[in-house]
Write a protein that binds this ligand. Structure first.
Ligand code: I3S
Length: 137
């Protein structure tokens, strides 16, 4: 009933959901509600939709198909972008090149990285646009 329509907009219960972007990214959550966390990078299937950024658990190390399916459908982090800020991370945050720093209104902080500068810049633009649109669902 609530399937994602990857080709465009999906009308459901008077709401419009649109898939803005999806792909594999590296991410590290470095703060939770203002509390600093130990940095641990991992890759995630990542979906930007309706003002929400969702990082799914990476199922690539799982052997069974059913385990993979349930892990892929389980978000690791669901990030509300309303009131968030996004910028390019400074060198003290990571030695990697082209890393994004996303801070949520509730004080969580994520680093987001892809080896490709172009892909990272595309995510930067998409997330920025989503924050600017201030979508409420
Ligand atoms: O900010 P840090 O502590 O230098 O971040 C590095 C660590 O997370 C490191 O993990 P261990 O301390 O568990 O070995 C990662 O392997 C590095 O990738 C992190 O640094 P970069 O600069 O890659 O974000």
């Amino acid at each position: 009933e609530d399937n994602l329509d990857i080709v465009g907009n999906h009308h459901h219960h008077h709401q419009t959901k649109s898939l803005e972007k999806a792909g594999v990214l590296h991410k590290a959550k470095i703060s939770d509600s203002g509390k600093k966390l130990r940095k641990s990078w991992s890759s995630s299937w990542t979906v930007l939709e309706g003002g929400i950024l969702t990082f799914f658990k990476d199922g690539k190390n799982l052997s069974s198909n059913s385990a993979r399916q349930s892990q892929l459908s389980t978000p690791e982090y669901t990030v509300r972008l309303e009131g968030a800020t996004l910028g390019w991370a400074t060198k003290d945050k990571s030695s990697k090149k082209h890393v994004l720093e996303l801070k949520t209104r509730d004080g969580s902080e994520f680093l987001i990285h892809h080896d490709s500068e172009t892909i990272t810049a595309d995510w930067h633009e998409s997330i920025k646009n989503s924050i600017a649109r201030n979508i409420r669902l």
